[in-house]
Design a protein around this ligand. Sequence first.
Ligand code: SF4
Ligand code: SF4
Length: 180
Amino acid sequence: MKLNVVQPDEAGRPWYADGLKFTCSQCGNCCTGGPGFVWISREEIVRLAEFLKITPEETVEKYCRKFDGRLSLRERRTREGLYDCVFLKEQEVPTAEGGSPQSVPLRRKMCSIYSVRPLQCRTWPFWTSNLASPEAWDRAAERCHGMSHGNRTFTQEQLEAIRDSKDWPQNPPTSAPKKG
Ligand code: SF4
Ligand code: SF4
């Protein structure tokens, strides 16, 4: 099995030692594509249930599927043959981005549970697999246009802390900037 290990430079520093840029635009690309898993813990289900104003049991029944003893969010097959996360929904883009109040509001698919999305989503794109090499980072950036873009740079310490986080920060530093 090939492990995703970070290749250090001659000085022993990881390739991202000077930091990496990332600014999420909430384009939703990382919430669709081929079939996959968005793992969700019991604690996260309780938070999600509170957000949805239903019980944790209903949340599991309606929005989760079991695989290998773990729970993952369900997916929805689109007409184009993609697999959307069940919480990826068409919504009105906030006015500051969608244009003047008089113009026709823009609509696009966005995460409908953004404030309580699971840790897996909160730690993107600083996953071990993406940090394994510049090539792996660039491959992921082909679909996630927030990577290597914008004016937010994460230092090595910051991005490794996100990569390794096990808890659930209320306002993760990877969140999309507030609009308006
Ligand atoms: S929970 Fe939200 S951010 Fe995570 S995959 Fe689903 S739609 Fe995307
Ligand atoms: S993380 Fe990347 S792909 Fe996902 S919504 Fe943000 S900019 Fe788009």
